[in-house]
Design a protein around this ligand. Structure first.
Ligand code: 5GP
Length: 114
């Protein structure tokens, strides 16, 4: 059996994370290496390695992830805006093979990213 990802271990409460939101489908916690004053990762409880692995059956779940981002952004008072990022695969800079959405805010973010 393949080894659990670090995010699956967070879902299973085997390792600690600063959880800021959870519901039936999603879990959100602070990134261990924040790139902005607010840097939260929103993940599905379902194990999907990357956005490229999501199927038509996951369409509703993808919407639920974004809906969770909006709720968390409200909770974090990011009224001045924020950025939402999904890194996908090696060229996208993905380092953890469990689909995750980055929510970054609390400072003015540069564009384009590197
Ligand atoms: P990626 O580069 O795959 O899009 O993003 C993975 C993110 O997970 C990185 O921003 C990294 O800092 C974060 N990360 C990696 N390991 C851990 C961990 O054990 N706990 C938390 N909270 N974040 C982690």
């Amino acid at each position: 059996m393949a080894a659990k990802t670090i995010f699956k271990r967070i879902i299973d409460k085997e390792i600690a994370a600063q959880i800021v939101y959870e519901d039936e489908h999603c879990l959100a916690f602070r990134d261990i290496n924040p790139q902005a004053p607010i840097h939260v990762l929103v993940i599905p409880r379902k194990e999907i390695p990357s956005l490229a692995h999501a199927t038509e059956d996951d369409t509703v779940l993808l919407g639920q992830l974004l809906a969770a981002v909006r709720v968390i952004a409200d909770q974090m008072k990011l009224a001045n805006g924020y950025r939402v990022i999904i890194n996908c695969g090696p060229d996208g800079g993905q380092t953890v093979d469990h689909l995750h959405v980055h929510l970054l805010g609390g400072r003015r973010l540069d564009w384009p990213p590197g």
